[in-house]
Design a protein around this ligand. Structure first.
Ligand code: UDX
Ligand code: ADP
Length: 458
């Protein structure tokens, strides 16, 4: 079949995979190819077992794979043939040199730019999909314009706002599509080509066009604002635990103000995921590099508060279990950074598990989708076991700590679990997920977040 256009996506990860699957689904006249340097990952994308778990993704991939959606390791061929290249390679926080721990490590991006430069034989639109520091497009352009073959590359920014666990829905019904480009004729033409894609299913009024830098910065700011809400509510959960206030009631009361809105006000053991911390630290780094100390300090506190919340949770477990968890078995319910994903990047569970092991606890971890990643994250640590069945994880345990808000944890037979556990049995609910009163009535000593404890001790 003759396709109207060929799209290439470099990077077959959590962003590239689902985004391209939905574009391919909605635009059957476009040929979409996704490439990755990781051959194993490409093999998995072409198999029955996709490399990532995302509700609804498998159905879409199976429907259109081999029709207009292709996964390949041949990056060179892909670049040669493509009209539009989306780049969604990883941009982790730098772990070395200047900006270590704060700035984005752009080595994957830069390698990609050089690859494009080396193999391209015709003009192309390059689309930044991964979250990037402001003015990355400029660096990108410098590399791409260093070609002597008169090939024109137009760089546009089109950040992705999908959240894991709801990616397909977010892609099918986005709040907005953001496209940033140069104000030149070529820049506008490139924007139009992207609009041509999204208009297949997104109403025109939801497609926002801006200049390149606003688009890049908007993505960082959106994530910083979202994370800030969580740190704000988590800071108040600490205050609630010292008073008779209840964080769930406060979230509801505060969120009922239509100016604030009710979403993203769930107190938790802390936010995780590959984006929030990385993007805020990036923002902080950028602000510092422009000598905006107050701006940098302001945003850095969002991350500091998140670390405090995780620390507080571990400290509470140790304190309430009579100041020691040595040789006590603690079942961690959930390891993914949020429900409905197997992703554990920056999951608070990693920190909690490591701290509890330091305190010489014996840990058993249960999670419906994240056990394989948990094993990688905690490799080399002793006294950790992995159980797919939560009841087995809790067997003989002194305590349960809920770390991910999986719906299945709400519907377990806690009567049976209570019988399986050592007494006194503790539950620390790091997501305020469970029915605390019911658990208390069964005999558990229950420690929610930002709410009064329900314990049977005098
Ligand atoms: C986030 C942004 O939401 C998304 O727009 C962006 O494209 C990528 O980063 P993601 O990290 O996948 O998405 O998940 P998100 O739903 O934002 O949750 C992030 C973390 O915050 C999770 O650990 C989640 O459990 C936590 N969270 C979320 C809370 O602790 N409380 C809340 O009320 C909401
Ligand atoms: P994200 O959550 O941003 O999608 P992932 O780590 O899930 O991040 O995916 C990024 C993907 O990009 C990885 O599969 C990685 O192998 C791939 N990648 C990194 N650099 C390159 C490159 N130069 N060429 C092709 N793929 C790359």
């Amino acid at each position: 079949m003759d396709f109207k256009k060929k799209i290439l996506c470099i990077g077959a990860g959590y962003v590239g995979g689902p985004t391209m699957a939905v574009i391919a689904l909605k635009c059957p006249e476009y040929r979409i190819e996704i490439v990755d340097i990781n051959h194993e990952k490409i093999k998995q994308w072409n198999s029955e077992n996709l490399p990532i778990y995302e509700p609804g993704l498998e159905e879409i991939v199976k429907k259109i794979r081999g029709k207009n959606l292709f996964f390949s390791s041949d990056i060179e061929k892909g670049i040669k043939e493509a009209d539009i290249i989306f780049v969604s390679v990883n941009t982790p926080t730098k772990t070395f040199g200047k900006g270590a721990g704060m700035a984005s490590d752009l080595q994957y991006w830069e390698k990609t730019a050089h690859q494009i430069l080396k193999h391209a034989q015709s003009d192309k639109i390059i689309v930044e999909k991964s979250t990037l520091p402001v003015r990355t497009a400029e660096a990108m352009e410098r590399i791409l314009k260093s070609n002597s073959r008169n090939i024109r590359f137009e760089v546009v920014s089109n950040p992705e706002f999908l959240a894991e666990g709801t990616a397909i829905n977010d892609l099918l019904e986005p709040d907005r599509i953001l496209i940033g480009s140069h104000p030149s004729k070529e820049g506008r033409a490139a924007t139009d080509q992207l609009i041509d894609i999204y208009i297949h299913w997104v109403p025109r009024e939801k497609i926002i066009t801006t200049n390149l830098w606003s688009s890049e910065l908007s993505k960082l700011v959106a994530n910083a604002f979202l994370a800030q809400r969580i740190s704000s509510i988590n800071s108040i959960s600490a205050l609630c635990e010292k008073t008779d206030a209840n964080i769930t009631e406060i979230s509801y009361a505060v969120g009922s103000d239509s100016r604030l809105g009710s979403k993203f006000l769930n107190s938790s053991v802390g936010f995780g995921g590959s984006c929030f911390k990385k993007d805020i630290l990036n923002l902080v780094y950028i602000a510092r590099s422009y000598d905006l100390r107050e701006v940098a300090d302001y945003w850095e506190m969002v991350v500091t508060m998140n670390e405090y919340q995780q620390d507080r949770f571990v400290y509470k477990i140790v304190k309430e279990m009579f100041h020691t968890v040595a040789d006590k078995k603690i079942a961690l319910f959930g390891f993914a950074f949020k429900a409905n994903t197997g992703d554990t990047r920056e999951s608070p569970a990693i920190y909690v598990a490591k701290k509890l092991v330091e305190e010489q606890a014996i840990i058993s971890i249960t999670d419906p989708k994240a056990l394989e990643n948990a094993k990688i994250d905690l490799k080399g640590l002793k006294n950790i076991s992995y159980e797919i069945d939560p009841c087995l994880a809790a067997k003989g345990a002194d305590a349960i700590a809920v770390l991910t808000e999986w719906d299945t944890f709400k519907h377990l037979d806690y009567n049976k679990i209570y019988r399986y556990m050592k007494k006194p049995a503790f539950i620390f609910d790091g997501r305020n997920l469970l029915n605390h009163k019911e658990l208390y009535d069964l005999g558990f000593n229950v420690y929610p977040l930002g709410q009064p404890d329900l314990n049977h001790f005098e």
